[in-house]
Ligand binder design. Structure first.
Ligand SMILES: Cc1ncc(COP(=O)(O)O)c(C=O)c1O
Length: 284
């Protein structure tokens, strides 16, 4: 792993954040994850737009322009020597007093964690994964908006542990009204009667970059899509299900808890969308 810490390229052991950084003390930070495809940043503008929107929501000023962020990501990726990189940009509030208000933090810290892109097991794509409906809710938009990709990910951390307890790769959270929202680091989709459906943003979820791209690819390809409320029963009764994320792409879901999805094999629409996304990536 290589770390770009405020513009300095460092090894993990060399990059140090103060214990008085509010990112550490209060989770007062934002982040986003970008990957390369064919050695080039993929959907970088969309990720930077979301990073800016996350930062604006917590009144955090990003100390670099988008152009500078792109330059720094490219420089870090090249220096890493990775053929494909996972790049995690984190902006923290910076060092200050032990006081929730950030007025004592004059200088945000920014960093980019650059790792070789992880390869997920091939069976995930050929056979599908297991997800679990977890007990913890996605935090409601009226509390901490799930649209903010922040260092405050504790309910997702708990959800991930609850999912792992059931041997599932991903935990699917409901909102307090009982509607399906998303996974801990992915968006969830179902296919019913030939239509691909994903929870509407109003259900309280992160506007996934891959989610938006898959919506666009499906529409262009003539696949019917809907962003809507999805109940737990509709999820369990789906003909097909899959998750989407930047690092995983489209991954078919085989099991939701103990329930088999459809006939237990990745369905035609899931496979088509997976292929469309791969084609788009290869055009990068
Ligand atoms: C909570 C949550 N939902 C959805 C996603 C998927 O978003 P994207 O497609 O932009 O990676 C992520 C990504 O990590 C996430 O953390």
């Amino acid at each position: 792993m290589l770390i770009n810490f405020n513009g300095e390229l460092l090894q993990p052991g060399e990059a140090k954040v103060s214990v008085l950084d509010h990112g550490f003390l209060f989770g007062d930070s934002v982040y986003d994850v970008i990957r390369t495809v064919n050695g080039r940043l993929f959907t970088a503008e969309e990720h930077l737009a979301r990073l800016r929107s996350s930062a604006a929501a917590i009144r955090l000023e990003i100390p670099l322009t988008n152009e500078e962020l792109l330059q720094e990501m490219n420089r870090s990726h090249t220096a890493s020597g990775n053929s494909e990189s996972y790049i995690r940009i984190v902006i923290t509030r910076g060092e200050g007093e032990i006081d929730l208000h950030p007025r004592s933090c004059p200088k945000p810290n920014w960093m980019m964690f650059v790792l070789p892109l992880h390869k997920w097991p091939a069976e995930w794509y050929t056979s599908g994964i297991k997800v679990a409906l977890v007990g913890i809710h996605r935090n409601p938009s009226t509390a901490l908006s799930p649209k903010i990709k922040s260092g405050n990910y504790l309910n997702n951390v708990i959800a991930r542990m609850q999912a792992a307890d059931e041997g599932a790769v991903e935990g699917i959270m409901l909102n307090p009204e009982g509607w399906v929202t998303e996974g801990t680091t992915s968006n969830i989709w179902i296919v019913k009667d030939g239509q691909a459906r994903t929870p509407a943003l109003r259900c309280g979820l992160l506007p996934g970059v891959t989610r938006a791209l898959v919506l666009e690819l499906a529409t262009t390809d003539g696949i019917a899509v809907d962003e809507c409320e999805i109940s737990k029963n509709e999820l369990l009764d789906a003909d097909e299900a899959f998750i989407t994320s930047t690092t995983k792409g489209v991954v078919p879901v085989r099991l939701i808890g103990r329930e088999l999805v459809g006939d237990g094999r990745p369905g035609p629409i899931t496979k088509r969308l997976e292929q469309l996304l791969r084609d788009r990536e290869q055009a990068n």
